[in-house]
Design a protein around this ligand. Structure first.
Ligand code: GLY
Length: 376
């Protein structure tokens, strides 16, 4: 892959909804200066993950204050359970209590949960308020903060209630990854790896060389990886904002992954990126079974997942995995078109494609084998 120097922001080109994505170090202390030009009134409604707030909110406040921006704060409990109707209602009522105007801007300060929740609240408050993303996890920096997908979960599945609502700015400060727990970092790596698997074999090879250093804290490797992933995402979203075609490739590993997350009740038995990485392995395994992908590519992917500490088998569940229930989740996923299941499968690493005709029998056989192979 091309090595990029620290430079100007990545631009996501969407006509009047275009925005900049800054990726770099020390962006927290520059946040005020970078945000101020976007604000009509020098006010922000900051929605922060409670753990992130303990670690970094004071510095964010100092940066906003230095730029003359007054901030209201709202804390969201860490964890997927916050992507709920109840939390959405509380957040919306808290914003409405401040008598917002159409230009009142929300800032999401945290990982994917806070970004998705805040973005959805922004989409529906006064029929649409502006919002800014300041992602603090690897997962949200490389995926969820970019592209305007916002959502909460339903009892029927993940991200089933939401809206496309693009942020006005994204600030991805690599320094904030230093306080991220190791498991969260590895989970986010699942989404980084996905970009290599979709259409970028050289990036996958770069990750095989640099992934371990990136996870151990090498700042330049982190910046390169986040920059590369964001450029890839910006390119795909610019071409297909509403997922009428190629954007669906970004869902590689997600149909399987969402089913695994639902069956583990969005608990810490499986973090989102861990589920996506397992989902990628299942998609490649399926592709091998369908005679589309060389077994060597599946094995290479499995070796890399194991090398960076990603799970390569389903975790053991006390009650056991239920193949039928896993299968039923596919039908509830958003990736169903004309009643047919849509899967992202692959002809090899970097050669993924959208398929609408995966035979049910192959899916059932795949699930049976993965359930049998569950490990504690
Ligand atoms: N996370 C997939 C997408 O943004 O389309």
């Amino acid at each position: 892959m091309n090595i990029v120097p620290a430079l100007s922001p990545v631009r996501l080109d969407l006509a009047e909804r275009s925005y900049d994505i800054h990726i770099g170090t020390d962006l927290l202390s520059q946040a005020g200066q970078l945000i101020a030009p976007l604000l009509k009134q020098k006010k922000l409604f900051v929605v922060a993950d409670s753990t992130v707030a303990e670690l970094h909110l004071e510095r964010l406040n100092a940066a906003l204050h230095a730029a003359g921006i007054a901030a209201e704060h709202y804390l969201v409990p860490s964890g997927e359970a916050s992507k709920s109707f109840a939390q959405l209602e509380r957040l919306c009522e808290a914003v409405l209590a401040t008598a917002p105007e159409r230009s009142t801007t929300l800032l999401a300060f945290g990982g994917g949960v806070v970004g998705d929740l805040t973005g959805f609240a922004a989409a529906i408050l006064l029929r649409g308020l502006p919002f800014i993303q300041m992602p603090t996890t690897l997962l949200s920096q490389v995926d969820s903060s970019v592209g305007g997908k916002t959502a909460i979960n339903s009892r029927h599945g993940k991200n089933l209630l939401g809206a496309f609502h693009q942020p006005k700015l994204v600030l991805a400060d690599i320094d904030l990854l230093a306080t991220l727990p190791a498991r969260e970092l590895v989970s986010g790596y699942g989404e980084v790896m996905k970009y290599g698997l979709i259409d970028d074999a050289p990036f996958f090879a770069w990750l095989e060389q640099n992934g371990p250093a990136l996870l151990e804290g090498e700042a330049e490797a982190r910046r390169q990886a986040v920059h590369h992933a964001v450029c890839a995402k910006a390119r795909i979203v610019a071409a297909d904002e509403r997922e009428s075609g190629q954007r669906a490739l970004l869902n590689l590993g997600h149909t399987f992954g969402h089913a695994l997350e639902a069956e583990t009740f969005y608990s810490d038995l499986l973090l989102h990126g861990e589920a996506v990485a397992l989902g990628c392995l299942m998609a490649f395994d399926l592709s091998v079974r369908l005679g589309l992908c060389p077994e060597a590519d599946f094995e290479r992917l499995r070796r890399h997942c194991a090398a960076v500490g990603l799970k390569v088998a389903l975790p053991k569940l006390e009650a056991g995995w239920d193949e039928q229930r896993l299968f039923d989740h596919f039908a509830h996923d958003k990736k169903v078109a004309d009643g047919r299941l849509v899967f992202i499968i692959a002809r090899g690493i970097g050669q993924s494609f959208i398929s609408r005709d995966v035979p049910e029998a192959s899916l059932r056989a795949l699930l049976a084998d993965w359930v049998k192979g569950a490990q504690s």
